[in-house]
Design a protein around this ligand. Structure first.
Ligand code: PMP
Ligand code: GLU
Length: 398
């Protein structure tokens, strides 16, 4: 028999996508599940964006575009960076890809190779370590503390840097913690990135979902000299409720953009022509629905935090953004229900799915054994129903 490539053994399927498939199958078979699992806005894509796509189809805009994206979309992305971040990127420094995930993988392929170590502060989004491994590099997980708002301190980063360290991944606001980096902490990390000649991949996909007047920063905004070693990964999925459209983009040094464009031209060609037209409408059009969604997420965060505070033994820092909270559930680990010991957060998540009809992602998927992730991109009635069930199920444990 022919054999398989070893890289298949390096990774497992995305646990967030697997849990979502399982939750949807349970729902289809009639189970009443509150889905706090998948990180996907529950809102519809704003109407004017959908209309732009319909127009693109009617106009017959259905052929290959330049492999690295439409110039008009790159120009819209450049305007976004100027307007939102005060950053100057030329179209030649921007590449459009099939979603934020594809953008990140392309960046890693262009920057990292066997022998390289890439530092990932954890808890971290599920796909960074597998994507780094697929590039033949080694993901190095650097734990962060809840009391530091799950941000990595310079001291902690320093401990993980070796002569092989090539890169650092930052994601602020973060999936799964919802926490974000303020300028002081970022500045400390910037010093180390310069000192050790590191690439920084800044995953800014939750930039627009921030609360309480928090001011978003990334490294090039803070220190212009960092622009030559930072690659910003971004996308439309979260900001514009466009998860299905698959549009992501990067901005960074021209050589990185050229490298990614080369990889993309040989592997996937251009992202969907119709989605790119929709993306132009998203970035250049009215932003009031983005603001409405942000306000809804802020209200839901407050509701989740209020209901969590009512469950004995749970705690989490107050997230500044995204649509996740990551409560520490150690008070319930090792407890029993009907002779079954819930030894770890995976077992606790299984129990809450089976007994309470609530889908949550165990922190183990993000490199953390103490927590469960609640995605609150669901309606307020479901948040109330779900949290009530979680509370009742946890209080049954002995
Ligand atoms: N980065 C982070 C932190 C995310 O949470 C996600 C959502 N899955 C992505 C990137 C990828 O987004 P997309 O759906 O655009 O591929
Ligand atoms: N980012 C989302 C999540 O964490 C979507 C699923 C995925 O891409 O992993 O649930």
């Amino acid at each position: 028999m022919p054999t398989y490539a070893d890289r298949l053994n390096l990774i497992a399927p995305s646990p967030t996508l697997s849990l979502d498939a399982k939750t949807k199958a349970l729902k289809t078979s009639g189970a009443d599940i509150v889905n706090f699992g998948i990180g996907e806005p529950d809102f519809d894509t704003p109407g004017h964006i959908r209309e732009a796509a319909i127009k693109a189809i009617r106009d017959g805009f259905t052929r290959y575009t330049p492999a690295d994206g439409l110039l008009e979309l790159k120009e819209a992305v450049a305007r976004k960076f100027k307007l939102d971040n005060g950053l100057d990127y030329k179209p030649g420094q921007i590449v459009i890809s099939n979603g934020g995930k594809h953008t990140l993988y392309n960046i890693f392929l262009a920057l990292f190779q066997p022998g390289d170590e890439v530092i990932v502060p954890v808890p971290a989004w599920v796909s960074y370590p597998p994507m780094i491994s697929l590039c033949g590099a080694k993901p190095v997980l650097a734990p962060t503390l809840a009391e530091n708002g799950y941000t990595l301190t310079a001291e902690e980063l320093d401990r993980f840097i070796t002569p092989r360290t090539r890169g650092l991944i930052l994601n602020s606001p973060s999936n799964p913690t919802g926490m974000a980096y303020g300028p002081e902490r970022l500045a400390e990390l910037a010093d180390l990135a310069l000192k050790h000649d590191l690439w920084v991949v800044s995953d800014d996909i939750y930039e627009k979902i921030i609360f309480d007047g928090f001011k978003f920063h990334n490294l090039p905004m803070l220190r212009p000299e960092l622009a030559e070693r930072t690659v910003i990964a971004h996308g439309l999925s979260k900001t514009y409720a466009m998860t299905g459209w698959r549009v992501g983009f990067l901005a960074g040094p021209e050589k990185v953009a050229q490298g990614v464009a080369k990889i993309q031209s040989q592997t996937t060609s251009n992202p969907c022509s119709i989605s790119q037209k929709a993306a132009v409408a998203a970035l250049d059009g009215p932003q009031d629905e983005v603001e409405d969604m942000r306000v809804s997420f802020a209200r839901r965060r407050d509701l989740v935090l209020r209901l969590l505070a009512d469950i004995p033994g749970l705690s989490c820092p107050r997230p500044q953004g995204a649509f996740y909270v990551l409560p520490d559930v150690t008070a319930y680990l090792g407890k029993k229900r009907g002779g079954r010991i819930l030894a770890d957060n995976d077992a606790l998540a299984d129990y809450l799915l089976e007994e309470a009809g609530t889908a949550l992602v165990p922190g183990s998927c993000f490199g953390d054994g103490k927590t469960l992730r609640i995605c609150y991109a669901v309606g307020e009635a479901d948040i109330e129903r779900g949290l009530e069930r979680i509370k009742a199920a946890l209080l049954k444990l002995v």
